[in-house]
Design a protein around this ligand. Sequence first.
Ligand code: PLP
Length: 401
Amino acid sequence: MNNTDLLSIAERFGSPVYVYDAEKIASQYARLTSAFAAVPHLRINYAMKALSNLSVLRLMHKLGSGLDTVSIQEVQLGLRAGFAPEQIIFTPNGVSMDEIEQAAALGVQLNIDNLSFLEQFGSKHPEVPVCIRINPHVMAGGNSKISVGHIDSKFGISIHQIPHILRIVENTKMHINGIHMHTGSDILDIDVFLYAAEILFEAAQHFKDLRFIDFGSGFKVPYKQGDIQTDIEELGQRLGQRFLEFCDTYGRELTLAFEPGKFLVSEAGYFLVKVNVVKQTTSTVFAGVDTGFNHLIRPMFYGATHFIENLSNPEGKKRFYSVVGYICETDTFASNRQIAEITEGDILCFHNAGAYCYTMASNYNSRLRPAEVLWTGSEAKLIRRAETFEDLVRGQIEVDI
Ligand SMILES: *Cc1c(COP(=O)(O)O)cnc(C)c1O
């Protein structure tokens, strides 16, 4: 998509507005599947918490993806979008047993991440196969050092508790059809990821009935020029090879699964906003935009850097701006960033706005959430209308005081 396409979308649908490029999503999906082309049984389960619009889910379904879900509502949305229950894996953390029972009743693949629920569920439903989320205590990312410090992470069942898992499996006669890990961080060093994979392979040897091994996600995408990213092609070649060797020793052709969120949708997203005011103070030039951290929380929440460009004046002289939102507390998208000269009314574009942007949006300051548009390559389709005042009051009950 080019600047003209984006500007015409902002004009037609108003600002702020989220835009997703369907072709970019498809090309990321293809990049991942071709990196692992040597693996005969590959499964990509899109982690829908990144971006859960039904039309995006339908696109994923069309591409051949499955879904990774973390709440019963995500499961329901996935079913609504046309996924079959067996294409959905449910990987919750800290939810109630009732919610796990509901997911099981809908027929989705369960991924259990604590011993207590494993025992309870296995005792009650030994016939329902489950996947186990293992915590290998390896964190890929940050630097090339292997960090095993995450012994206190709330996710997964510790690799050191394999004997406990085996005892539960034996006592309940339940079936374990998959094992899973998700290091949850940005993979920079393939060696560190492969090291974690070895731990998972070792754990896998203990389970005789596996159908798949799920390596989670953590693929790093570039957020600004010069950013390093996970070398998917190298990962595909090396992990793919090692996986096939493992299957040989294990004695069965298993499915290799991944559950990327960011990798599939981050770069496909653009957030278009309008500059309300250019405010020169004694030290800083602020560009105040018609949005805030209620719509895009990542900079304030994670310290994330989103590349920002001025679509209205792309060739303008670069000047330093602090781009700030309208929320009545610190609400900074960028500090002293070089951006082509900004005039009030200009349309700015935030890049990498596909993942964890709309899904984390709120109505804080009683603001309305923006529209979402899917760009199919030739056509801009509205896939969620902007909220109206009615949406803010819907569900509220005004009692007599
Ligand atoms: C959030 C999440 C993912 C996706 O992570 P990304 O960094 O967006 O790829 C995958 N698996 C699980 C279990 C998750 O919670």
